[in-house]
Each structure stands twice: as structure tokens, then as C-alpha cells.
Design a protein around this ligand. Structure first.
Ligand code: SF4
Ligand code: SF4
Ligand code: SF4
Ligand code: FES
Length: 950
């Protein structure tokens, strides 16, 4: 194994129809018009020395190291800023060029510390390489003159240091922050000799606008910006390409290793979802893998009030099997079930639903997608015919107008947000539909054309009003609708949305959005060129989540914005593999590939492969499992990689259900909140410890590759196999690739997927089959998967969750960049420096009315429960709306969320809860008890320790 090497072509790839041919050092090279001479040379395998050029950012031409000679031209132009031209004759190596380059390097080195042997970049430093490449042998100017060698280091960022004494002011970092990340946190301050890199207002990185994406660190050719992990561990010696295990963007990374130790995670330039970019989570927040809280031994206890007892894998698996069998013997086959994980691989998820259907003999399998994107599957399959987004991420480069609704990509899907921001800087227009003024509404060099700050719970009304404008102002794409959609359904829908009660004036009265803003936004989307919709949980986690998904699909079809690049309806998936866990048949009514369990032909296929008879009746959804547990008919649950106590609504109800069960088995990395109510705990494995695949929000299947052995001895897929075997139905797979082979045999959209193909192509987007052997980046080209697109009537039905005198404010929830979901992983990394507690955002007007000041403790109460947290007073939220994140278990926002859910899928209504806010003295009673309770229930009985050696 060796380090995966990536060529730096010096300047970005150019896409042009016309090509030019030039001669470089006597070789003919053909490149797209507009390509730099430097890149043309690199493509021909000729390396021109360079320092300030880097192929992720535009050329700058400051270092003068890349000089070349061009026949017929005077001087020595910089090859990075000079475009190749037809017939050009270029020479990259002459005596004059050598001399000039050596002079340049001499100047650099005369103001650079000569500590190469102890420098953390030693062996991986472009300055060092260039000194060698130009043949520098002496520095005639000496080192005594004015210099920057004593410049002070900035170690404030938890993950990287900034050592200006090593800086060559090449501005690669500044350009990366602007062009790749889109944050504009860095500048070159001062002039001439005094010029230097400054973060924010020349302040420490930690205090600046820097979001710690790492783009500048990656761009830096010296040790000026370098990962602290490299300083501590040394340079890596081999690398493995894998996929980030955080959000649904699915970034590819090179895990750079020394032995079994991760030195750093570097975004992979060939990764098709991220093209070499990353965010703070994937890039830096992997330290939880080695966190001391990891549970590495299986544990059991008789009662949940007992302390845990460490046991062997055999004993734990044996107990799982015997308990599940006992429960089924006593209470029936349907008394147990399983919950799959959207953090685990496709192969692991597939195995858990197989365990439930083929071994437990029922269909009581569900997934956390139930609580996030289940309305996406339902809504898009009814309208378009596929339960997934329609585009690849690259499609955004061709969008002219974007609607971002109920999503906060800069925090939740940061790498895709950077792509969006780039497109917006190029001139695309943006419409944000969100109760909060998110960063996309206004951030450096980006400003939304329209912000529709709707009242939580009125998505459907706003979408209908947008459609009303499209229909009544003659903005429908008739040709598209006539050719591609069900005409009767369209006519019914058009008549419905055209009714006055769906018009902007009527909707403005209760949505909080001015009628003129709705009209202007609708006109822009319908007439502004390619219109793309991107949405998140702010759409789905409502009592009308499915209706809103259908309303977006209606809008896209009516305006012809589907079936080509730059358009589409695109769910931004929360967890890394939430798309995959749905694809793999995690829902109780669907086998892998979204085929209904009642379909005899599909069942027969699986029965033949699995050698068992399958129950044709759909099983229990998660909320039904809880209700059945409280009824006494559901008694055993296997939860893989999911913290249902923290992530499901109405925590009190969830806890009561778990307490009522006889055998709760939790498999996770850490003793999560659900484990407080478990009888058996099985250690989980991280994405670094296993092979498999994740499927991202663009339906892209990417490889997860093992870089170290599972710390607990078994990968998650092996644990599920062991349970199946212990229950008497062995499943034989030597490697996850064999599980994928089975998935491909049984799932029409996966028939062309193999590990060999994934290794060869990097990743593929399903459908991947005979018709599309290399996958399908854009869906519904030429025709919808279901045949003709179907319009649905999307009547707005206000949620039953209403504000009133007791609970006058509406709470909505979301994520913050540095944390992820319930925080199990990110809270165990340095990311806590940015967010160590959940806070309540409240508008100044609402705060003043209640006598609340910045940082005060406040009580957040709904009719279901109460919690306390500290207040942050901000105009990001509108009056009447409050907002919080849900990353910390000692806050547990879900204590206050209600039992209301989506009519079609039971997806909980997390985004609308009527609440009251009042000043408080600190944590509530349950919060005070929390640490104590958690500590007690986590007690682990260990054998007496031998005295420590002196
Ligand atoms: S880490 Fe990212 S956001 Fe921060 S300065 Fe570097 S490029 Fe900019
Ligand atoms: S910090 Fe690195 S990338 Fe930025 S100007 Fe200095 S040497 Fe160049
Ligand atoms: S954007 Fe998502 S997938 Fe990419 S590095 Fe960040 S968390 Fe990981
Ligand atoms: S690499 Fe071309 S001027 Fe620096």
C-alpha cells in the first residue's frame, strides 16, 4: 500500500468546445481552448516548477517560478496565467529560465526558517521540492536581513496551526477560502514586505469567520497551515480512499495512515460528490473513533437498573438469540423487531432487514428515515415514480434559479452549499423559503433574490401559492405538461391551485410572507431559466410533509423543470446513508428497491434466494412498535446504530415503551441514551473499521473501505450474521462484496453494481443496470420512471399543533455546522469548541416581552414536556418563532416535540411545536437528574483491577 497520489495540474480544468494544439518542449499537446500552458504541459507529463498555482483555484501569477519561453514573444511569461494558443511553441527549460527560477527560490529561502529536518511538512513540502527542482545550491543574500522568521504562530484552531514564519504569501489559502469554500475568511493584508495572510480582521483563526473546512490547509504548499495531527503523528505512509460517514453529501476522502493510525483525512479530488472539498466534520472530526467512551466489549444485565457486566461476544450473541426466541415462543412471532441504521453501510442495513424478515419471520423493520425523509420516498414515488432525488450535485452548475426550502445547507450539507454559493457568485438567483434568516439569505458575496420567511407549518400553502401564480399568470410550460404528464391530473390540479384560497393574498394572511414576495418568487422560478429545488427536513418533518414533497414535484412539472441538467427536485439527505437505508428495504412494507411486501412475484424472488417463506403483511413502524410495547404485545427490539430516545419525538413516550420491553439490544459505538434502557449492548464499528458502501443524496453509491481492524473485534455486518446463526438461520457471506452481489441479484435498480465497478469508476448512481451500466446521474430524462408525471391535489391543512395563550410561540429545530445529529460522534471531538450546548434562538421583541437577556437560562415548555437551555437573542428568527438545535442529550429538544406526524408516513412533526418561553434559574429537575441517572445506568461492573505498576 502507498499514498494515493493526485496530480496537481496547476490550474483548473477548462471545459470548451474548441481545442488548440501547441508544442511544448517539442511535444504536440491538444487541450481545450482557454487551458493554461502550465496545465497543458502537465497533461503532457511535463512539470513546470510552480508555487502559487494549484488546480483547485484560479491562477494568480505571483511567484514567477513557472516562467516559460514562447517562440516569437518577448520575455518570460508565467505559464499558469498564459493560455495555450493554436500553434504556440513553448520551451519550459532553458538556461535563462533556470537562472531566473533559482533567483526566485533564493529570495524565498532567504526569508524561510531552515528547520527542514524538524519541520512537520518534511518530505511533503512544495517549497522543499521546488528548491530541489530548480537546483538551488546556495543563497547568496544570506539570512541576516529583514525577515519574518519570528512571526508568531496561531494555534487557536483545534485542528490546524498557522505559522506565518513559514508563509511565502502565495495566496493559495486565500483563493481556496474564496473560490472553493466561499467563506472569504482570509485576505492578504499589508503591502510589499509587510504583506501577510490575515484571518478575519487580522485575528486568531478561531475567532474569525473561518468555518474550519480545511481548504486552505490543503492548498498550502508549505507547513504554514498544517494539521495538528500531522505535527503530532508525522507524515502518513499509505492511504485508503473511503467515504465520509457524516452527512448525505457523501464526500470521498483519502484516509492517510501510519500503520493502523489515521494521520489525517484529506478530501479526494476524484470524489464525484465533493471534487476535493470537505467540511469540518469529515475533514477533522474523526477522533471519536479512538475516544475513551467507545465501548469495546459486549455487555449484558438482567434489569435495566442493574450495572452492566462485560461478557464475551459468544455469551452476548447467545443471549440475544435465546431471549428473542423465548419472547417469540411466549408472545408470538410478531413480538420482536429491528431498527436499521442510516449511519451503517448498505450491506449492514440490508442484513438487518433480512434478519427481521427471514429469521424473525415478520416485517417489523423500520429505520430512522421514518423520522426524516420518509415523505420524500412517498411523495416522489407517487409523482415521478422514484423515491429519490432527481439530479447529481454537479447539476447545480447549470441551475439559473434555485429554490432552497426547509434546508440550511451551509450548516447541514456544507460541501454542497459551497457549490451552490459558487454558482450564485456566477450569477444564478436564489429563493430561500425558511422561517429563519439562514446564511444563504445573506453571506459574503451571496444574497438571495427573495427570502420567504414563512410561519412554521405553512410550507404547503406557500408552495400552492407559488403554483397559483404560475397557473394564473400563464407561466405553465404547456409543451412539457402535454408531452410528459397525466393531462387529467394536471387539469384537476391547475383548477385547484387557481382557486382564490390558494392565491398569494389569501396565503399571505397566515403564512407571514407578503403576497408580492410570493408572486415575484414564483415568476422568477418559472421564467428565470433552469429552476432547481433543493429541500430538507424543514419540508418533510411536518404533518403535511408528504403533501409538501408532492407540491414541489407539481411545481417542477408545471414549469418543465425536470428531466435535464440544472433543474429537478432534490432532497438534501441528513445522514450519510439515509438514502441507502431506504433503498435497502428498511421500511416494514417494502423489500429492497421499494417493492411492496404484498407483491407475490417480488416475495417469491426473495424467498427463493433466502430459502424461507416471507410474511406478506407489512410489519410495525417505529411508532407502532412503541405503542405495541405499551400494549404488551411487542417485547424485543434490536436497534443497530440509532439513538431512538434522543432522535424520536416525545422522549417520555419512547422511554416508557422501552421500559416495557423484555429484551432491548442496542448496538452502537457509545453507550447512547437508548442504551440506558437496554439489556444487551453490542459494540459497533466505525466507518474506518469495515468495508461496505454508502449511498448519498444523489443516489451515488460510494465505497467505504476498511483502514483498520474493528476495535471491538467484529464489524457490524458480522454481528448481524452471528445473531442470525445463533437463531438457527445462518447467512453465509465472506465479505460485504458478496452481500452487494446478492442485493444486485434481487434489486432491479442495482443489477449492475459490483465492488469491481465501484473500484473502477469511483462511484455510481443508481439505477445502475443493463440500461445504464455506469449509473444514472439525472433521472426522468425523456420520460418519468412511472410513465407520465402525475399531479396531486395538495390541499393545505393547518397542523393541529396550534399556538394559543398558554403556548404562544412556534418552535422549530435544526442543525449547526460543527455538530451532527444527536452529537454522539461530534460531541466527542474538538468540534465542541464551536458548539458545546444547544441554545434557544429568540427574536429581540419576544425576549424583551419576557425579560430575557442574552445568555439567560430559559424554560422551553410545550404541552408535552419542558427543558431548559440558554437564550441567544437574534433577528435570524422572526417574532413568534423560536429555534434550537438538538445535538446535546442534556437539553433533549425532543422532550417538547409532540406526537403529531405526517399523514402518509408517520414522519414526526419536529418542525412545529407550540411552546412558551420563560426565564428560569437553570436546568429543570429532569436535567439535574440526567447526569446522575446516566451515570448510574452506565455503571459497568468490571473485575477488580490489578494495582497499577509503580
Ligand atoms: S479552514 Fe476553510 S473557512 Fe477557514 S480559512 Fe481555511 S478555507 Fe477559509
Ligand atoms: S499560508 Fe500557505 S497557502 Fe497561504 S499564503 Fe502562506 S504559504 Fe501560501
Ligand atoms: S459535507 Fe457531509 S459528507 Fe462532506 S465532509 Fe462534510 S459531513 Fe462529510
Ligand atoms: S506558479 Fe505561476 S506564477 Fe506562481
Amino acid at each position: 500500500m502507498s499514498l494515493v497520489s493526485e496530480i496537481d495540474y496547476g490550474t483548473p480544468e477548462v471545459k470548451a468546445e474548441k481545442a488548440v494544439t501547441l508544442s511544448i518542449d517539442g511535444f504536440a499537446v491538444t487541450v481545450p481552448e482557454g487551458t493554461s500552458i502550465m496545465r497543458a504541459a502537465m497533461e503532457a507529463g511535463i512539470q513546470v516548477p510552480k508555487l502559487c498555482a494549484y488546480d483547485m483555484v484560479d491562477a494568480f501569477g505571483s511567484c514567477r517560478l513557472c516562467l516559460v519561453e514562447i517562440e516569437g514573444r518577448q520575455g518570460t511569461p508565467a505559464s499558469c496565467t498564459t493560455p495555450a494558443a493554436q500553434g504556440m511553441v513553448v520551451t519550459t527549460q532553458t538556461e535563462r529560465l533556470k537562472r531566473l527560477r533559482r533567483n526566485v527560490m533564493e529570495l524565498y529561502i532567504s526569508d524561510h526558517p531552515l528547520d527542514c529536518l524538524t519541520c512537520p511538512a518534511n518530505g511533503n513540502c512544495e517549497l522543499q521540492d521546488m528548491a530541489g527542482a530548480v537546483g538551488l545550491r546556495e543563497v547568496r543574500y544570506g539570512y541576516a536581513g529583514a525577515n519574518h522568521l519570528k512571526a508568531e504562530k496561531d494555534p487557536s484552531n483545534p485542528y490546524f496551526t498557522f505559522d506565518p514564519s513559514k508563509c511565502i504569501v502565495c495566496s493559495r489559502c486565500v483563493r481556496a477560502c474564496e473560490q472553493v469554500q466561499g467563506t472569504f475568511a482570509l485576505t492578504i493584508d499589508g503591502r510589499g514586505f509587510a504583506s501577510h495572510v490575515a484571518a478575519g480582521m487580522d485575528e486568531p483563526f478561531l475567532g474569525s469567520e473561518c468555518v474550519s473546512c480545511g481548504a486552505c490547509v490543503q492548498a498550502c504548499p508549505t507547513a504554514t497551515l498544517i494539521e495538528k495531527s500531522v505535527i503530532e503523528t508525522g507524515q502518513p505512509e499509505h492511504s485508503v480512499v473511503t467515504t465520509c460517514a457524516y452527512c448525505g453529501v457523501g464526500c470521498s476522502f483519502k484516509a492517510e495512515m501510519r500503520g493502523n493510525e489515521v494521520v489525517r483525512m484529506v478530501p479526494w479530488k476524484d470524489g464525484k460528490a465533493n471534487h476535493g472539498h470537505s467540511c469540518v466534520k469529515g475533514r477533522f472530526a474523526w477522533g471519536y473513533t479512538n475516544h475513551r467512551d467507545r465501548i469495546l466489549k459486549p455487555m449484558m444485565r438482567e434489569k435495566i437498573s442493574d450495572p452492566w457486566r462485560e461478557v464475551t461476544w459468544e455469551e452476548a450473541i447467545g443471549r440475544v438469540a435465546s431471549e428473542f426466541k423465548r419472547i417469540q415462543d411466549e408472545s408470538g412471532k410478531g413480538a420482536i423487531g429491528g431498527i436499521t441504521s442510516s449511519r451503517c453501510t448498505n450491506e449492514e442495513t440490508y442484513l438487518v432487514q433480512k434478519l427481521v424478515r427471514a429469521v424473525f419471520g415478520n416485517n417489523n423493520t423500520d429505520t430512522c428515515a421514518r423520522v426524516c425523509h420518509s415523505p420524500t420516498g412517498y411523495g416522489l414515488s407517487r409523482t415521478f415514480g422514484t423515491s429519490a432525488g432527481t439530479q447529481d450535485f454537479d447539476s447545480v452548475d447549470e441551475a439559473d434559479v434555485m429554490i432552497v426550502i426547509g434546508a440550511n445547507p451551509t450548516d447541514a450539507h456544507p460541501v454542497f452549499a459551497s457549490r451552490m454559493k459558487k454558482r450564485l457568485r456566477e450569477g444564478a438567483k436564489l429563493i430561500v423559503v425558511d422561517p429563519r434568516r439562514t446564511d444563504l439569505v445573506r453571506s459574503p458575496h451571496v444574497e438571495a433574490a427573495y427570502h420567504l420567511p414563512l410561519r412554521p407549518g405553512t410550507n404547503v400553502a406557500i408552495l400552492n401559492a407559488l403554483a397559483h401564480v404560475v397557473v394564473t399568470e400563464g407561466l405553465v410550460d404547456r409543451a412539457f405538461v402535454d408531452e410528459r404528464c397525466e393531462s387529467e391530473a394536471f387539469a384537476d390540479w391547475a383548477e385547484f391551485v387557481a382557486r382564490p384560497e390558494n392565491g398569494p393574498d389569501a396565503v399571505a394572511a397566515y403564512s407571514g410572507v407578503a403576497a408580492e414576495t410570493i408572486r415575484a418568487a414564483a415568476r422568477l422560478y418559472a421564467t428565470g431559466g433552469n429552476g432547481a429545488i433543493y429541500y430538507g427536513l424543514g419540508v418533510t418533518e411536518h404533518s403535511q410533509g408528504t403533501t409538501a414533497v408532492m407540491a414541489m414535484a407539481n411545481l417542477a412539472m408545471a414549469t418543465g423543470n425536470i428531466g435535464r441538467r440544472g433543474v429537478g427536485v432534490n432532497p438534501l439527505r441528513g445522514q450519510n446513508n439515509v438514502q441507502g437505508s431506504c433503498d435497502m428495504g428498511s421500511f416494514p412494507h417494502e423489500l429492497p428497491g421499494y417493492r411492496h411486501i404484498s407483491d407475490a412475484a417480488t416475495r417469491a424472488l426473495f424467498e427463493k434466494e433466502w430459502g424461507v417463506a416471507l410474511d406478506p403483511e407489512p410489519g410495525l413502524r417505529i411508532p407502532n412498535m412503541f405503542d405495541a410495547a405499551l400494549d404488551g404485545s411487542f417485547k424485543g427490539l434490536y436497534v443497530q446504530g440509532e439513538d431512538i430516545v434522543q432522535s424520536d419525538p416525545d422522549s417520555t413516550h419512547v422511554i416508557a415503551a422501552l421500559e416495557a420491553m423484555e429484551c432491548v439490544v442496542v448496538q452502537d459505538l457509545f453507550l447512547n441514551e437508548t442504551a440506558n434502557y437496554a439489556h444487551i449492548f453490542l459494540p459497533g464499528s466505525t466507518f474506518l473499521e469495515k468495508d461496505g458502501t454508502f449511498t448519498n443524496a444523489e443516489r451515488r453509491i460510494g465505497r467505504v473501505r476498511k483502514v483498520m481492524p474493528p476495535r471491538a473485534g467484529m464489524a457490524d455486518w458480522e454481528v448481524t450474521l452471528a445473531i442470525a446463526k445463533a437463531m438457527g438461520v445462518p447467512m453465509d457471506y465472506a465479505h460485504p462484496s458478496e452481500i452487494m452481489d446478492e442485493i444486485a441479484r434481487l434489486t432491479p435498480t442495482f443489477t449492475g453494481v459490483t465492488y469491481e465497478k465501484l473500484d473502477r469508476l469511483g462511484s455510481v448512481q443508481w439505477p445502475c443496470n443493463e440500461k445504464a451500466p455506469e449509473g444514472t446521474p439525472i433521472m426522468h430524462i425523456g420520460g418519468f420512471v412511472r410513465g407520465r408525471g402525475n399531479f396531486y391535489i395538495t390541499e393545505y391543512v393547518p397542523t393541529e399543533e396550534k399556538t394559543g395563550p398558554r403556548f404562544p410561540l412556534l418552535l422549530t429545530t435544526g442543525r449547526i455546522l460543527s455538530q451532527y445529529n444527536v452529537g454522539a460522534q461530534t460531541r466527542r471531538t474538538e468540534n465542541v469548541v464551536w458548539h458545546d450546548e444547544d441554545r434557544l434562538e429568540i427574536h429581540p421583541h419576544d425576549a424583551e416581552q419576557r425579560g430575557i437577556r442574552e445568555g439567560d437560562w430559559v424554560r422551553l415548555e410545550s404541552r408535552v414536556g419542558a427543558t431548559s437551555l440558554r437564550a441567544h437573542i437574534t433577528e435570524r428568527v422572526a417574532p413568534g418563532v423560536v429555534y434550537t438545535t438538538f445535538h446535546h442529550p442534556n437539553t433533549q429538544a425532543n422532550v417538547v416535540t409532540t406526537e403529531y406526524s405526517d399523514w402518509a408516513t408517520n414522519c414526526p412533526e419536529y418542525k412545529v411545536t407550540a411552546v412558551q418561553i420563560s426565564p428560569s434559574n437553570g436546568p429543570t429537575e429532569w436535567q439535574k437528574d440526567y447526569e446522575d441517572h446516566a451515570r448510574k445506568s452506565r455503571r459497568i461492573a468490571r473485575p477488580p483491577m490489578a494495582p497499577a505498576a509503580e
